[in-house]
Design a protein around this ligand. Sequence first.
Ligand code: SF4
Length: 191
Amino acid sequence: MDRRQFLSSIGKGIGATLVTAGVLAAKPARAQVKWAVNGRPLKIAYATEKTSICPYCGVGCGLLVAVQDGKIINIEGDPDHPINEGSLCSKGSSVFQVAQNERRADKVLYRAPKASEWKEVSWDFAIDKIARNFIKARNETFVKTEGGVTVNRTDGVCNFGGASLDNEECYILSKMARAMGLVRVEHQARI
Ligand code: SF4
């Protein structure tokens, strides 16, 4: 047996094992079924589906977001998601109304100190403003030592995570918060 025959026999063996195990013959995920039983196409039949996470609470239920022509046309529970397996509570079931809602604020609004009116500003303005306010509050309240012990902390800023943050984002956020001296690092899921 030469090298080519040897590799070929290994490949056939692996293929036979996968077919036996049902891996290659696996049925499509339930989330891919888009057609009604009577043959009429569902409204999401021609949409592209993306996965997302419900923004409301710390359970973190999975969502299927159907997008057609650049517009969200449906949001429902993701049956392939291990947490909710397709189900959603009343809040999650209404999340489509958050995405498609003419009353939803989709621009950055800013009300200056002592001003009575909100004005539209850019994301660059908002991010710069938040960064400056953050560092100002942190520096003004920073405590280097307490009772002769080095503490390097601030009580003037807290960090509050949300349900849409995944493990990695929470990790980076908490690392940054603690590096800046924050001791009040919380997450919505604990409330
Ligand atoms: S669907 Fe309900 S339980 Fe699930 S994350 Fe959203 S609010 Fe929480």
